[in-house]
Design a protein. Structure first.
Length: 312
């Protein structure tokens, strides 16, 4: 009797396995759960921006300190926000980012290290801070200012790779590319290229086509009145701006210096300029105009709106 029961049990088990295998084989493909991406599987990873020193991350960072406002915006945009434990005092977007008194230019390694980071993102100018952090075995990623949209996209992708959000970063860049392409394509094209002046500060510091923001303007075929001065951020004279008489004026000092279209129009001689008389003075968000992160799409949209308005 015992042998019979054992044989019956074995036959029942074999039948159950056969039924289970058949069910799996006939189950619709859509009903089979897709594999879930595991960010940890992307590590270790070695990342580098430009000619800066590369950094190797053995595992996904869980405590990130960002001392670059552009990097902070990017980290949140690619889905790494929950990994950020501290940001610098200028990182004001998004609003809920954990702002501190730290500065990418003035902070020391001890102050940053107090946040127990496993990755610190800093501007490429913070070389002394980077050396101090490396001395205490804290990984540091140096982020240079983007020279153009291509290098801005690259920086987003590298930050995504460094934080375990490679696909989210790639998707973000793809979306940005498409939105910028669409905005430029939908903006009316003037018979002749329009000229423009981009104001960084009220003492006539500006940005030429050699700068990141200049590369953005060039997508629309605009001509920069500052280009003859050379360099990315020259200081022009008031006479130069008045004589150039640009078709469009973009003010990127509205927050830092409280400059508005109305106040700029009160400057000596400005009321005679075509852009001022026609109301083609565009007030930009300082932060959006001065950073090269995901919100550059907003800058492109503002430029496109200004061009469309100037054409009537």
């Amino acid at each position: 009797m015992t042998g019979f029961r054992r044989l019956a049990a074995l036959l029942f088990a074999a039948l159950a396995l056969l039924i289970g295998a058949t069910a799996c084989a006939t189950r619709p493909e859509s009903a089979i759960p897709a594999p879930v991406d595991d960010p940890a599987s992307a590590f270790p990873v070695r990342v580098q921006l430009g000619d800066q020193e590369p950094v190797t991350l053995t595992q996904q960072p869980k405590r990130i300190v960002s001392l670059s406002p552009t990097a902070t915006e990017t980290l949140y945009a690619v889905g790494a926000g929950e990994q950020v434990v501290a940001v610098d005092s200028y990182s004001n977007f998004p609003e809920h980012a954990p702002r501190t008194e730290l500065s990418g230019l003035q902070a020391d390694a001890a102050a940053v290290g107090a946040h127990d980071p496993d990755l610190v993102v800093v501007p490429d100018s913070a070389t002394e801070l980077a050396e101090g952090l490396r001395a205490i075995d804290v990984p540091v990623l140096l982020t240079p200012a983007a020279a153009d949209l291509k290098s801005a996209y690259r920086q987003i992708e590298v930050l995504g790779q460094a934080t375990g959000h490679r696909e989210q970063a790639r998707d973000l860049v793809s979306t940005m590319r498409e939105e910028i392409r669409r905005i430029v394509a939908d903006t009316p094209k003037p018979p002749e290229p329009l000229t423009y002046y981009h104001e960084v500060s009220p003492d006539y510091y500006t940005a030429t086509s050699e700068s990141f923001v200049g590369d953005v303007y060039s997508r629309f075929g605009l001509r920069n009145i500052a280009d003859p001065a050379g360099g990315p951020f020259p200081q022009l004279s008031e006479e130069h701006v008045l004589q150039a008489n640009p078709d469009l004026i973009f003010l990127a000092d509205t927050e830092c210096c409280q400059v508005t279209a109305a106040s700029a129009a009160q400057r000596p001689g400005w009321a005679t300029m075509d852009a001022v008389r026609a109301g083609n003075v565009v007030e930009l968000d300082d932060d959006v105009a001065g950073r090269w992160g995901p919100r550059v799409v907003e800058l492109v949209r503002a430029i496109g709106d200004g061009i469309a308005k100037a054409q009537g």
